[in-house]
Ligand binder design. Structure first.
Ligand SMILES: Nc1ncnc2c1ncn2[C@@H]1O[C@H](COP(=O)(O)OP(=O)(O)O)[C@@H](O)[C@H]1O
Ligand SMILES: [Mg+2]
Length: 425
């Protein structure tokens, strides 16, 4: 009987005001959503929501089983952008179960709870513990779409995407190659939709590295700023892998590429509203729009090779970025192409010391691995998943999406050693 009653309400809910309310909702971005339901009456509306046109880009999967099933599931799987949990538990028990689940949740994952207790105290406690919304069952399809929309599309909502800008301290240091490989790793490891924007309009290599030849890309967007919205951006993206798309550079010299400082701001903002991770492949140039792009990025990664000019340039970039972004963490540093035969090099420790930054990765020179990958238009992970460099790329994907911290290979300090000896006694 209850199923029928809920369904009635769902149908009714989707008819009058809710349809009107849903008309105003913008399409939901490319997010991944997993729902864990205890009753068909909640699973049904969520499944119907998945079919709504506004949810066309989102990946939504409904599992039967509540919080306990979710805990088991996420012990071995990455958490999506949004988890919807139905729980019939009474407030105290629910909070305890959610606390256990939190241990397995990525910090960026949002959680919506559908409960069966209309309890203001519970609502407050859930919101305080980081739950985005608490909805009391029964729910309609429209409720589900609008809750998701409020979290991810609302003009007041934070753009869902983190933008990560990659720039080289010199040309040819491997900044683009690493940017593309990290993008691929993020999209394949975390099943998180990732958009790569190749900002090197004249010489960009993302199209070669991903073996793509799209007719349109970033140039169409930057020359038609008045047209750019999520729908237009979608048409310009080339699909590179299941969760990875590319806004490719034309890589032609028919025009010269002089832009206003703000030229890419709108495109990047739209991209950030449509995918959780946006990787900006910034060319090694210093002008108004590259400076502006770096200034606004959520995270910056500088790639350098271990030579003096690279160190000088990195130092200048780090100092400038500190001035431009006083309230942000310093950029991340990758020292790349270590061990080129016969080349005198600055050691990683000496390179990092004047910068005051622990490198996120130090990557050896491996012309065979990199050469084979780029000649075949494949990513390192596709060529050789077990390679140590591929593993480093995966670690960087974890760090840059907030899933891990930079590993320090610091030797134990004297204090640590003394403490250890003392313990032995
Ligand atoms: N660790 C490495 N070992 C060998 N070759 C590398 C390494 N990193 C990058 N490369 C190669 O260096 C070249 C320049 O890389 P690219 O990413 O285009 O540099 P940038 O974007 O900094 O100009 C590419 O051919 C790339 O395959
Ligand atoms: Mg490049």
């Amino acid at each position: 009987m209850s199923n029928l009653a809920y369904d009635d309400q769902a149908e009714e809910g989707a008819s009058h005001q809710d349809v009107a309310a849903m008309q105003a909702l913008r399409p939901v971005p490319r997010i991944s959503v997993q729902a864990f339901c205890e009753t068909e009456s909640v699973a049904g509306p969520i499944e119907r929501a998945a079919e709504d046109r506004r949810m066309g880009k989102a990946h939504l999967k409904v599992h039967m089983g509540g919080v306990a099933t979710a805990i088991e599931f996420y012990q071995s799987a990455p958490t999506p952008n949004l988890i919807i949990l139905e729980s019939r538990a009474e407030p105290g028990e629910m909070l305890e179960q959610l606390g256990q689940l939190a241990e397995y949740c990525d910090p960026t994952t949002k959680v919506v709870v559908i409960g069966h207790y209309n309890d203001v105290g519970l609502y407050r406690e859930l919101v305080r513990s980081g739950v985005s919304e608490y909805v009391v069952a029964p729910v309609s399809m429209a409720d589900v779409v609008s809750v998701i929309s409020t979290i991810f599309v609302d003009p007041d909502a934070e753009p869902i995407g983190r933008s990560i800008a990659f720039i080289g301290a010199k040309g040819g240091v491997g900044s683009s190659t690493i940017a593309h490989n990290v993008s691929w790793a993020v999209s394949s490891l975390f099943k998180s939709e990732t958009v790569v924007v190749d900002l090197d309009l004249a010489f960009g290599t993302a199209n070669i590295n991903f073996d793509q030849d799209p007719a349109q890309g970033v140039a169409e967007a930057v020359y038609a700023p008045e047209r750019i919205d999520e729908v237009y951006l979608d048409r310009l993206l080339a699909q590179c892998a299941e969760h990875l798309s590319l806004l490719a550079a034309p890589s032609t010299l028919d025009r010269t590429y002089d832009f206003d400082p703000e030229a890419f701001a709108g495109i990047i903002d739209i991209a950030q509203r449509s995918a959780p991770v946006v990787i900006l492949d910034v060319p090694h140039i210093w002008n108004g729009w590259t400076k502006n792009t770096l200034m606004k990025a959520d995270e910056i990664v500088i790639t350098a090779t271990p030579e003096l000019a690279n160190l000088r340039n990195t130092k200048n970039l780090v100092d400038m970025l500190k001035r431009l972004r006083p309230n942000d963490l310093p950029p991340k540093l990758i020292i790349n192409q270590i061990g080129v035969p016969k080349r005198p090099e600055i050691s990683a420790a000496d390179f990092a010391e004047p910068l005051g930054i622990t490198p996120m990765a130090t990557i050896p020179f491996d012309p065979q691995l990199f050469g084979n990958a780029s000649n075949n238009g494949r990513m390192l992970g596709e060529m050789d998943a077990a390679n140590a460099i591929t593993q480093q790329i995966a670690e960087m994907a974890h760090v840059l999406t907030g899933r891990a911290e930079i590993k320090t290979k610091k030797k134990p300090a004297l204090g640590d050693l003394i403490a250890r000896f003392r313990r032995k006694k």
